[in-house]
Write a protein that binds this ligand. Structure first.
Ligand code: SF4
Length: 482
């Protein structure tokens, strides 16, 4: 099948919701109120931020690399159909099989049928955001097939019957003593004397996973990149579990979003510099696996790739929103986001949390549960500064807020009214000066320099925020005095 669906909006994209229909503001209350979660997240993101900053500073042409990464991705997005067809031709010519999936249901049906055809009841998995996005594990389970996550953090989430909360470190919300408890409770054969030393925990996972690797007949992976020129797929990782999954089983099935292509093999050199420094704060990925179709007698002898749309074509249609498809899932924007750090990844209710989730999830799924996500930002701009493919996340957040307000004018009536009143006041210097005097009167409500509660209707605003007490004298009065 060729890329006949390009240009046609996705029929029924997966909702991408992890847990029900709670909006961000509701779900964020849980995260903000959980002191342990905030401590875990604060410590982990601070460590990754410092590592990233150190290794990025070592690269004298980092800004040029960013520009190159953005330009390459934009080139692919501008001519996606041609690159996809080229990839299909090359992948097929080298013995692989290409499948096309318009949405999550189609992708899940393809993978399930492929696994069933092998007779296997179990698959091993390389960490993959695309398979989380489509809910593949659940779809396989419904068909009686067990999917075993082999990435350490994904394993912790799976054994803990938990939900991922970070793109790169899905168990970032867990500390090591919590991980130990999960292993003792859910890992078959875990040593009751297991300590919470990270080395001991990693060794326990290693022993557990090795048995699984050696028994597996089928592996399922995502892909960080697909090379159109050669039909090559690439996975980068730090633990070696990916390499085991990609080489040991007889059948390998990869689910890849259609935006993951790069034009040529040489273009990989840009992304293989940008990605490790931005994600794990490493100079290069410990394991970079690439494969091109089938090599007789070496590695998997049956190789499939499912090219997934699931809302990407619709995203591509928005000239401003489409640059979200440049994303290489490094998660640097999550690690610098003050909202993510305090609310935690679960609050987003989406497979993609943080700033990239706030712009990508609503676009992939269309308006609905995810429409509150673009408001989950202070617009401080830190996400744009660190993004290795220079996605202007703050501008896109404002753009998506505008779309959300236009789609639901009644739901934002109070906000609209308030902004109209502010605009009317600011149009007249006389009105503005008097309004400032009124604001200064708010000092009467301040306690220890902060206003924590305002009368209705402003009480709705201070229900989740406080603000500094206004100064005794405005700048205008100070200026007039001199
Ligand atoms: S938006 Fe940029 S910083 Fe965020 S995950 Fe994607 S590539 Fe990384």
């Amino acid at each position: 099948m060729t890329s006949v669906f390009l240009g046609i909006p996705t029929a029924s994209p997966h909702t991408g919701r992890l847990h029900g229909e709670r909006s961000f503001p509701d779900a964020a209350r849980d995260g903000v109120g959980d002191a342990q979660l905030r401590r875990n997240l604060g410590a982990a993101t601070a460590t990754i931020r410092a590592k990233r900053a150190g290794v990025v500073a070592e690269v004298p042409d980092w800004d040029e690399l960013r520009v190159a990464g953005a330009a390459l991705k934009d080139d692919v997005l501008a001519d996606l159909e041609r690159y996809l067809v080229q990839f299909e031709e090359q992948f097929t010519a080298r013995g692989g099989t290409v499948h096309w999936a318009r949405d999550a249901d189609e992708a899940n049906a393809v993978v399930t049928a492929l696994v069933q055809a092998t007779g296997a009841r179990e698959v091993v998995k390389v960490k993959s955001m695309a398979t989380q996005e489509i809910g593949l594990n659940e779809a396989l389970a419904a068909a009686g097939i067990s999917a075993f996550e082999t990435d350490l953090a994904e394993l912790i989430v799976q054994l803990g019957d938990d939900l991922p909360s970070h793109i790169l470190v899905p168990a970032i919300h867990r500390n090591r003593s919590e991980v130990r408890e999960i292993f003792l409770r859910a890992m078959p054969g875990a040593d009751p004397a297991l300590s919470d030393d990270p080395r001991a925990l990693a060794e326990a996972a290693r022993t557990h996973l090795r048995r699984t690797f050696l028994a597996a007949q089928v592996a399922v992976s995502g892909a960080n990149f697909g090379v159109a020129e050669t039909g090559t797929l690439a996975v980068v990782e730090s633990e070696g579990n990916g390499r085991m999954c990609l080489t040991l089983p007889r059948v390998l099935i990869t689910v890849m979003g259609i935006e993951k292509l790069v034009p040529t093999w040489q273009d990989l050199e840009v992304f293989l510099q940008l990605l490790p420094r931005s994600s794990t704060g490493e100079r290069m990925n410990p394991y970079t696996s690439t494969w091109t179709g089938v090599t007789p007698g070496d590695g998997p002898q049956e190789v499939h790739v499912v090219l997934l749309d699931n809302g990407r074509t619709a995203t591509l249609a928005d000239p401003l929103g489409r640059s979200a498809l440049r994303c290489i899932r490094c998660s640097a924007c999550l690690n610098v986001c003050p909202v993510y750090e305090r609310a935690g990844g679960h609050a987003y209710g989406s497979v993609y949390p943080g700033p990239i989730g706030a712009v990508l999830s609503p676009q992939l799924t269309g308006p609905g549960f995810n429409s509150t996500l673009p408001f989950a930002s202070t617009l401080c701009g830190a996400c744009y500064d660190v993004c290795p493919v220079a996605i202007d996340l703050p501008s896109m957040l404002v753009h998506l807020r505008e779309k959300a307000v236009d789609a639901d004018p009644a739901g934002h009536a109070a906000e609209r009214l308030a902004l109209r009143a502010v605009a009317w006041t600011m149009r007249s210097p006389w009105r503005w000066t008097r309004a400032l005097r009124g604001v200064r009167a708010g000092r009467l409500l301040a306690r220890r320099g902060r206003i924590r509660a305002l009368p209705f209707p402003l009480s709705r605003w201070t229900a989740t925020r406080d603000l500094p007490a206004p100064p005794e004298q405005s700048f205008r009065d100070w200026w007039a005095e001199r």
